[in-house]
Unconditional design. Sequence first.
Length: 614
Amino acid sequence: MSETSETDFHSGRFVHSVSESGRLIPTSTRWNSTGLGFNYLPRSLDGFDTLPSRFSKSVDFNLTIGDKGFFKRCVYTTIFAVVFVPVLVLLLHFLTHKNEDNGGPKNLSLALKQALLFFDAQKSGHFPGNSTIKFRGDSGLNDGKYGKTDADLVGGFYDSGNNIKFSFSTAYTVTLLSWTVIEYRQKYAAIGELDHIKDIIKWGTDYLLKVFIPPTTNQDSAVLFSQVGGNEGSLNQDNDVTCWQKPEDMKYTRPVSVCDDTAADLAGEIVAAMSAASLVLVGEKGYSERLVRAAEKLFNLATRQDQSHKPGKYTEDGACGGLAVNFYNSTTYVDELVWGGTWLFFATGNSSYLKYSTDNFDSAEKEELPWEKLVFYWNNKFTANAVLMTRIRYFIDLGYPYEDALATNRTDWLMCSYLSSQNLSVTNGGLVLLKPDTSSPLQYVATGSFLSKLYTDYLELLSRTGGSCKTAIFSNQMLRDFSMSQVNYMLGDNPMKMSYMVGYGDRYPVHAHHRAASIPHDGRWYSCSEGNGFLTSKDKNPNILLGAMVGGPDKNDAFSDDRAKPWFTEPSISSNAGLVAALVALLDPALIGSADADGNNLGIDKMGIFQNVH
């Protein structure tokens, strides 16, 4: 409304105007509407009748007030109808919808806190007495004792709904969680979760230090333990696959899978985990240095150049990864070695490790499976490594000979691909299917959300508003919207109108495929046969597995909350690591009081990752 001069409105009249044509004009939102204008026009000092009408047709109304009391009641009634009724309607709307997950902004701080609790529920070994997870206890205290193997493999994390411990997925989980702390330490601190996630990371690295045994005078090659638990032996024997039993009740023998340093993918991921964690745990100087020493030793063994050393995939060797083929079947190994070298560069500042990664970057890209070009998860690290290379280029450009290897083209292409309606499969409900031919889709889009938001923050630090790739362009806001839309889908904005994170919101999966959550914590020991009854039971899980992200819906947005259908309802540590990454990246930086030199409050540590690079 334009400003009005201080004209003395001694009297006036209302003009009710209707356009001459009275045509029914379609608009962008509705049909069959006509425009009605109400204008209060002052009487001219020369006479209102001399004022030319701005409309083709107008009607004058002369208003005479005969009963002031009746007039006041009319005015008050009109004010009430115009002001208070809409307010009442709005209040009723919000009060009746206040607990619904779909449609409103999500409490990402709460979601992040809950997502971290899942890792506490997955802990194996001597269970912390101060844990808030009351349905768990000591378990797997004989892990590492199997046949001729006599190792201490107590600790670590159970991978998912089973009681198996995989070193490959554990290392990936530790790497990703560590990366999030390196980038967003301020956010974790702001919500009081920094010590918590550091404890989770250290629980993982304590175990990884156990699974790597360097060569000794009595042992020519290194030893890597890839797995504890599984289904080795007769199918009639109780084991971690055939037996539905909580970890505390296990009495059966748990096999141990043994590798050497030719298991290059496993070695590379463990190197990455130890290196990244060393940056997070730098305050514990002796421990951090121990991680770096172990990482360097393992990396040098795995990448050594001699005729006797033939690196390969850990699942190619039956003794090493035969039991893992149906769970974590690695398809390449160069991407893990490049990934490990990049993180080792950050941990040490030694440019020889970066040189290894840049020299082998193209080889890793050639090995990447065509249907995994957009995916960052336990089997493919190339996409994430490209983002790290871009980070180096943006903030500490090393110049020759790294120009080509550190080019940003691959990362910009990735961002454009996330936003491409032609190249992506998207459900009717809005879930992006980065691997459309596989189940459990949430794990892939979670890390995609993380990478897109993280890259947005990099661009913001550079005061850039977006980027481009060949003929396409993208803005920071487009990437933020993509990232947030996928997280919102996970947390309830979906056709099922349910959160896919257990415990978040009013409606979430209550039959998670998870042994410990599905069996009562009542002090009783349940045999395998008794446990199978809990697997097939239609009752809700007696223990809420707070913060666990399940596999998610199918390509039609349909979801079956069935414990016996793990492709829908099973969580895993690797999937939850991606969820944590996406949540902390999207967490509102307004929680943090400090700002950077440019006055921006992005919640990201611009140079912390380079603390050892000089």
